[in-house]
Design a protein around this ligand. Sequence first.
Ligand code: 5GP
Length: 193
Amino acid sequence: MSMQRGKLVVISGPSGAGKTSVCRALKLHADVVFSVSATTRTQRAGEQDGVDYHFLSREDFQRRLGENQFLEWATYNGNLYGTPRWPMDTALAQGKTFLVEIEVKGTRQLRERGVEGLYVFIAPPSIDELRRRLLHRGSNDPVEIEQRVRIAGDELAAARESVGGRPMYDVILENRDLDATIRGVQELLWPSA
Ligand code: 5GP
């Protein structure tokens, strides 16, 4: 008996758009496996090593990069982020939905290599609303918030680009209401009969 291969789902969007909250809801589904990225950024209060991220030194990250351990990787705001390769292969072979939450440069790498999947971009209603949400979150300092707002502008523009003649994202969802956005993504993943 051959098991049906699972599906890759890429969720991206600017920091503060709400994608982590969307992913948290999707993780509750039994057939979803969530990718734990490696990063060189400092661990935030409340984050668990090995659960939220694998927190690595820059040397360790670079070594793994040299060993081709990452499916994709990118620099974001001065830190390195990458998706470990093997969990996806395992999850897809088991018929699971493999969820990766990554920024746009990493998404572009996957698209350029023709990695099949559902590519979803979560956009904020506006840049002002994004800034308000980042301030409300309270986990970034004011300088970092402004850096993230600036990156968000670039990401919103990049999200509408094409890669190899097809749109970078299959769907761009504007997150005005979190519950509605979660329902929207669920409907994309598991269309009701
Ligand atoms: P944060 O520092 O807020 O946790 O993440 C910063 C940005 O990096 C977010 O847009 C997040 O989605 C993205 N990111 C997290 N892990 C990865 C990864 O493995 N690869 C890429 N390309 N981006 C990632």
